[in-house]
Every structure is written in C-alpha cells, then in structure tokens.
Design a protein around this ligand. Structure first.
Ligand code: TXA
Ligand code: MG
Length: 344
C-alpha cells in the first residue's frame, strides 16, 4: 500500500520527514515535491535503491536520472572538472530548475544512475520540502519525475497516486508544484554548453550569465532521432491516451476545428486559454490567461491528465509563443502531440 503524508507548518512534520528518510536509508523509494514536478527519489549511492525507481516507473534503465543535492558544495563530491561558468550558473540559478551535466567523480554515484555514461546530471531544487528532505537525509537523491513511464510528469500528489499506487511505499504531499514543467538540462561537458532539454531557466537567462550556448531546434517531435547525449529525449514522453494535436491559439479556428471533427463523429477535448469560449467543445480545460506562459507551464500536465479522464477521441491543445518558459511548454506540447499539428 502507498501511504501519503502531508507536510506543512504543523508539528508532525519532523516525523513525516523521518519516515521518508528511514525508507530512503533502507533502500526504498519516496515521492516528493520539487518546484518543477514531483520526483521519485532513491539514495543515489545505492544501486539496489536506484533499481527500484526503474521498476516502480516501468522506465527503461538506460535513461539517466538526475541527482538532487541539498547544497551547492555537494557538487564537488559527485562531479569533477566543474568549470567556472558552472559556478556562475549555480550562483545565479540554484536552488532552481536547472540541471547541470558534469563529468562524474568515479565510484561515488551508483553506476545505474547514468548507465554507460561518464557524466552525471546534478540539480539543487528550489522547494522547501525537497530541501528539508535532502538535508535530513544528508545524501544525494536520484529522482526522475514520479509518473509511470509515458505519462505526463505529476504536478500534484494525486497524480503520483494515480500512477504509482501500490508500487511505492510513501508520497510526501507538499501541494501543487510551481513551475510545472521539468528542469532545464544543460550539458556543461560540451563546448559551448548545450541545452539538452528546455525548462524553467530559459536560454536567454543562461546566456545572460555565461554567453552563447547551443540549443536544439524549436520544434522537436518525439519520433525525431535525437543526440545520443540526451538519451532521455528519445523516448515517447508525456503521451496522452487520445491523440493530441497542437492548434493555433485562435478562438474561431478552434471552434471551426471542433465543428469539423464533430461532423466526423469525434468527441473533442480542448486545452486552451481562460478567455476562449469554445461552446462546441465536449470538454474544455483552461490553462491560464492567453500567452501567460508561466500559468500554462503550471497547468499543462494537469490538463492533459484531465483529458485522459474523458471519453474524448481527440485532444486539441492551443499553442503559445516561445517567450520565457514558453519554449519549454511548446517543447512538451509537441512531444505530447508527437509533432502533430491540426490543420483541418
Ligand atoms: O525537474 C526535473 O528535472 C524533475 C524533478 C523531479 O527534478 N526530474 C526529471 O527527471 O525530469 P527525469 O529523469 O524525468 O528527466 C531527466 C532528464 C532526461 O531527459 C535525461 O536524459 C537527462 O535529464 N539527463 C540526466 N542525466 C543526464 C546525463 N548524465 N547526461 C545527459 N542527460 C541526462
Ligand atoms: Mg520524466
């Protein structure tokens, strides 16, 4: 059975953290909130514990995991050849949604965290619950998103329960996460550094601190062959149960699309901005004000999960621009769509 403990400002918190730490120290896995999405953590120095993450998620074990740390100083315990630019980024954005890939210090992190790689992805999450857990544990936590493989990342404890009930012993419930899409992954072993996955810390923010970095094109699709250095990106991620199509954020165009799909006998769920009134839609899930990319990032995965609970034959999701976290939102949306755009 999966137990859920809520942590807030009450007196029982210490006991809840201690329970989580006991499980982790004994080689178990625990789900916990970060500022991006919920993670499924295991002690990163314990290969058997890390193996339990792959089993609970049903995740291919050649996809490397991010290692979470509770303070900047821990970087040098797990990585070598940390460049000066990385220190600048850590000072600017840690704690925060930025994962930095470094050369791995041999013999510290369990081999199955990044199997076959001589690198390790490190990040210090900006969430009081994650930081308290890491500091109470006093060790590194390997933690991918706490979803079943192929599902959207969880932004609420209830999402974790839906996916992993009975498969993990404990969920630490810290409420809804903030950013809502996963961290930016930046490979510091490449020259110039390369963004392997866009996220809450944008390219512009990074370049302001260290100058030009390399980034993939703006419209990836899940079926694209991608660089072997970003192995996680080759898997089909965030896939909803019904086919999802990206559509222009234009109210009239969406209404017309729904009418057309109805004439083909299809039931349609729509993900779009708060302002749109798509009376024709069988289901409408708003994700915040039009072009409020921060709101959209926070609400997108929850909306996709809501679509999965309907009988929709098809999902239309309104696009946004690439400003700020919009680049990460569009990256995830196009992956969920497997690159498909609706054009009548
Ligand atoms: O926001 C996040 O990053 C969340 C929360 C829980 O921290 N975690 C997360 O983990 O999204 P996961 O395992 O779902 O995604 C890890 C991504 C993958 O795309 C993987 O390929 C990449 O990070 N990654 C991790 N270590 C790497 C390494 N050594 N080299 C290249 N890519 C790496
Ligand atoms: Mg994930």
């Amino acid at each position: 059975e999966t137990e859920i403990v809520s942590v807030d400002n009450d007196m029982d918190n210490l006991l809840s953290y201690q329970r989580a730490v006991d499980i982790l120290k004994n080689g178990g896995v625990v789900a916990f909130p970060t500022e991006t999405v919920y993670g499924l953590g295991a002690l990163a120095t314990d290969a058997d514990a890390v193996q339990r993450i792959f089993e609970a998620k049903g995740r291919p074990s050649d996809n490397p995991l991010i290692v979470h740390i509770g303070n900047k100083e821990a970087v040098d315990k797990f990585a070598v050849d940390v460049p000066e630019n990385a220190r600048k980024l850590m000072d600017a954005f840690w704690p925060g949604p930025l994962t930095l890939v470094f050369h791995k210090r041999p013999g510290v992190i369990a081999e199955n965290v990044s199997p076959g790689f001589d690198t390790v992805g490190l990040r210090m999450p900006d969430h009081p619950v994650a930081l308290t857990l890491l500091r109470t544990l006093d060790g590194p936590l390997a933690a991918p998103s706490a979803n079943r493989s192929g599902k959207p990342s969880p932004t609420e404890a209830a999402h974790v329960l839906t996916d992993l009930k009975g498969r993990i012993p404990l969920i630490v419930d810290g409420g809804k996460t903030g950013v809502g899409v996963e961290s930016t992954v930046l490979d510091m072993t490449a020259n110039p550094p390369e963004i392997l996955r866009p996220g809450g810390v944008t390219r512009e923010m990074i370049e302001e601190v260290i100058g030009p970095v390399h980034a993939e094109s703006k419209s990836p699709s899940a079926s694209d062959e991608e660089a072997p250095r970003a192995p996680g990106m080759k898997y089909m991620h965030y896939a909803p149960e019904s086919p999802l199509f990206v559509i222009q954020p234009d109210e009239a165009e969406i209404r017309e699309a729904v009418r057309q799909l109805h004439s083909e006998g299809k039931r349609v769920a729509v993900i779009g901005p708060d302002e749109f009134e798509i009376a024709e839609a069988d289901w409408y899930f708003p994700v915040g004000p039009l072009h409020d990319n921060v709101a959209m990032a926070g609400n997108l995965y929850g909306a996709i999960r809501k679509c999965d609970l309907t009988d929709a034959d098809l999902i239309l999701a309104a696009a946004t621009d690439h400003k700020g976290v919009g680049a990460a939102v569009m990256n995830r949306l196009l992956k969920a769509a497997d690159g498909k755009r609706f054009n009548g």
